[in-house]
Design a protein around this ligand. Structure first.
Ligand code: SF4
Length: 175
């Protein structure tokens, strides 16, 4: 997997001060996407173990609340494969830090076993490791600059542990 950028001490993509990883590759091609260079799966730099190490190290200070993974599309099947070991490392090595994932796919698409564009045999595992999924494509006609942590009205900030426990969508307190 390639990644386009890493932002340390980011306050725009989730609560508190975070490290944000912008991965490469996205097949949604939303109109007026904020990051069209990341559509190309070959854009940017290799996501190596050294890069993972640097991100994990950045999460260690007490004032860092967690990591946010966005793009690009972290839930493209190829990117899921590359990111699952990283999420497992975050959980094991920096427990207590939150994991936010932004996806153009909806929760329903990601959990639909018949939706082969996004659902893989590891998708459920990834969703069980993360705290929040901000879901849905960016829709320019629903753009609202007053929204916090999302760009358009259709997108939802989903509390994943509560959603998976209840069996229905639970919107995060951060909405
Ligand atoms: S899902 Fe995100 S990165 Fe992909 S086209 Fe839409 S806004 Fe851009």
């Amino acid at each position: 997997m390639k990644y386009a950028a890493i932002k340390y001490t980011d306050i725009a993509n989730g609560p508190g001060v975070r490290t944000s990883l912008f991965v490469s590759g996205c097949t949604h091609h939303c109109k007026e996407c904020f990051n069209p260079e990341t559509w190309d799966f070959a854009y940017g730099n290799d996501f190596t173990k050294e890069v993972e190490d640097a991100i994990i190290e950045s999460l260690k200070p007490a004032y860092i609340k967690g990591v946010t993974v966005l793009g690009g599309e972290p839930m493209e099947p190829a990117n899921q494969q590359a990111l699952l070991p990283f999420y497992e490392r975050v959980r094991a090595e920096v427990p207590g830090k939150s994991i936010w994932i932004y996806s153009g796919y909806t929760f329903e698409e990601l959990t639909d076993t018949g939706y082969k564009r996004a659902h893989t045999d590891i998708t459920d595992k990834i969703l069980s490791l993360a705290d929040v999924l901000v879901d849905g494509e960016f829709k320019i006609e629903l753009k609202n600059i007053r929204l916090r942590f999302r760009g358009s009205e259709n997108q939802r900030i989903i509390d994943l542990p509560a959603t998976l426990k209840n069996g229905e969508i639970v919107i995060s307190e951060y909405s």
